[in-house]
Design a protein around this ligand. Structure first.
Ligand SMILES: Cc1ncc(C[n+]2csc(CCOP(=O)(O)OP(=O)(O)O)c2C)c(N)n1
Ligand SMILES: [Mg+2]
Length: 215
């Protein structure tokens, strides 16, 4: 470990077959700053145990917190992890799947590579849920600079647009999930099947999840 760096508690091992029941429980050693992401995936699985289409540019949180089964459909952005894939892919899927919930899950860096495609969804009247993980940084790049370059951060932090105003400009709904209660309210009350929603989840930029090579 480089001088000045400090140990980071990463994500725990992937959830097993019992993930459906246990997904809401924190695992020993888990960084507590990931609790919103864990709770979000638990809420998603509980609200839509089947037939949701999920397009994910982030991947790292789903690896630990989302139990993929034959009943739902999970599409990571392939082996080369092309950011900016999730929203256009989700729109493409909507042409095929006319009903049922579709989620595009992205970091805020990836979101800025494709967010104008939200206007395509609006123009075609396509229900869609876009989830933006807001850590105001290219988190994976920042993690490398933390772990390998002695915290010499370069071009990985940025300012985001005001997502509420951005959603307003598109004429779509915005949900800021600042607490587990907000997540519960989203899955209990929001129209996630017939509306276009921009769902924002804040994440501490200093909290670095561990990428797991296996699933
Ligand atoms: C099109 C493209 N450009 C660059 C990269 C390299 N890359 C991998 S992760 C990452 C940072 C992603 O930041 P963000 O989407 O905010 O996700 P975070 O890591 O913060 O959760 C980058 C730039 C990539 N995978 N795809
Ligand atoms: Mg980010």
């Amino acid at each position: 470990m480089l001088p000045g760096s400090r140990p980071i508690a990463g994500l725990s091992a992937p959830l097993g077959e019992s993930a459906g029941e246990d997904a809401g429980q924190a695992e020993a050693g888990e960084d507590p700053r990931f609790h919103l992401m864990r709770h979000f995936y638990a809420g998603l699985a509980a609200r839509f145990p089947r037939d949701a289409l999920i397009f994910d540019d982030n991947i790292v949180f789903a690896q630990s917190y989302f139990h993929v089964s034959h009943a739902n459909h999970y599409f990571p952005n392939s082996g080369i992890s092309s950011l900016g894939h999730a929203i256009p892919a989700a729109i493409g899927a909507r042409f095929f799947a006319r009903t049922g919930p579709i989620f595009a899950i992205l970091g805020d860096g990836g979101f800025q590579m494709c967010c104008m495609e939200l206007m395509t969804a609006v123009n075609y009247g396509m229900p869609l849920n876009v989830v933006v993980i807001n850590n105001a940084s290219m988190g994976l790049i920042r993690k490398n600079q933390f772990q390998l370059y002695g915290e010499r951060y370069l071009d990985c932090d940025f300012v985001n647009p005001d997502f509420r105003l951005l959603a307003q400009s598109f004429g779509i709904r915005h949900h800021h999930l600042a607490s587990e209660a907000d997540i519960d309210t989203l899955f209990a009350e929001a129209d996630l099947e017939n509306a276009i929603n921009l769902i924002e989840i804040p994440l501490d930029k200093h909290a670095f999840p561990t990428y797991l090579s296996g699933r």
